[in-house]
Design a protein around this ligand. Structure first.
Ligand code: SAH
Length: 334
């Protein structure tokens, strides 16, 4: 069910109350009330890419660049472990200058010291590099496709190719990573059919995690005057993704927490089941400036960990302290 583009488009035609009820029913049936936590460390904002929406693009000379040392990363990981969180996400800009051995060593040291899942999110790399990190113990990888529409993709990503991004995602799946992708909602020119096609691609690819967030225009980018993504459409996209993909893990993204108000509780109600408290140490946290208005960037690292119970409770849910691997689902279960 919901395998075809037409069926997914039809879900987008449902009125809010019906869509919310269907998504909520699916979430309850397949996942229950638990919300998983992932502590994120943004270990570097150095980037070679020029994505038109992103504030840490190589084309933005206005920001100070940083790169945490191995010991700084491991200290932040200890902090996450001390908060009883069992996943760390290591994220950065995408750069050829990233030392793959350095990251492999960190992954191994984390796996040796903690009972923790490690998620990597550092962009497009070769099969060999992804394998090196998998062999070092990495469990999951996040690489959003951002949009599967070839024209929109090409317009936003100079010097990059949609085919290579898909190659990366397929390599990651083949290497046995729990693989995460996702869409930016509200990109200029993006239609409902485009978003439905993104969800079909995610479902066909059987990804374990999907991150859906609003596009938020950043002052120092070519898209500074573009309109921000509509929060209602983000919530509807989360709901449709839940209904189609059932057990997939979906964060209430920081971006959806960074609009005029924090909509992460709404995202949980519409089908999300993951929260990602930020453990990037100050002052670096402020320099990972991918979009403006990012939540809690002046708070010390890990301050958000305490807010998570509250946020989940606001959506009638509870924090699950487990690792939060993707729940299994038999293909014929519906
Ligand atoms: N370099 C890594 C991590 C990128 S930052 C990679 O390429 O995967 C993580 C996510 O931030 C991106 O996938 C993108 O979806 C999101 N992002 C970037 N700029 C944004 C903006 N202006 N508004 C909302 N989200 C944005």
């Amino acid at each position: 069910m919901y395998d075809s583009l037409k069926e997914i488009e039809d879900l987008f035609a449902l009125e809010d109350a019906r869509l919310l009820a269907l998504s909520d029913e699916t979430r309850r049936k397949y996942l229950g009330d638990g919300v998983f936590l992932r502590g994120i460390i943004e270990f570097s904002n150095i980037c070679d890419k020029r994505c038109a929406y992103c504030g840490i693009s190589a084309d933005n000379p206005g920001i100070e660049r940083y790169h945490l040392s191995e010991e700084e990363v491991l200290k932040a990981v200890d902090h996450i472990a001390s908060c009883d969180i069992k996943t760390v996400v290591l994220q950065s800009g995408e750069t050829d200058s990233l030392d793959a051995e350095w990251l492999a060593r960190i992954i191994k040291r984390i796996k040796d010291a903690h009972d923790m899942a490690v998620t990597v999110s550092v962009g497009e790399k070769s099969f060999e590099t992804y394998k090196k990190w998998k062999d070092a113990g990495a469990d999951r990888y996040l690489l959003k496709i951002e949009t599967t529409d070839p024209e929109i993709y090409a317009g936003l990503h100079p010097g990059m190719s949609l085919d290579n991004r898909k190659r990366c995602l397929s390599d990651l799946k083949n290497l046995g990573y729990e693989t995460g992708s996702g869409t930016l909602i509200g990109l200029p020119g993006q239609t409902l059919s485009d978003i439905a096609a993104d969800i079909k691609y995610f479902n066909d690819s059987d990804f374990e995690m999907i991150g859906t967030g609003p596009f938020i225009p950043h002052l120092n980018t070519p898209l500074q005057y573009a309109k921000a993504g509509d929060v209602a459409l983000v919530l509807r996209t989360i709901a449709v993704t839940r209904i189609v993909m059932k057990t997939v893990n979906m964060p209430a993204t920081t971006a959806i927490g960074s609009l005029d108000r924090d909509f992460r509780d709404e995202a949980l109600k519409w089908g999300a089941n993951v929260l990602m408290p930020n453990f990037t140490p100050l002052p670096y946290k402020q320099l990972y400036d991918i979009y403006p208005g990012k939540r809690c960037i002046t708070e010390p690292a890990g301050a958000c960990a305490g807010c998570m119970e509250h946020l989940a409770a606001g959506a009638g849910r509870i924090i699950d302290r487990g690792r939060g691997n993707k729940a299994k689902r038999m293909k014929d279960e519906g």
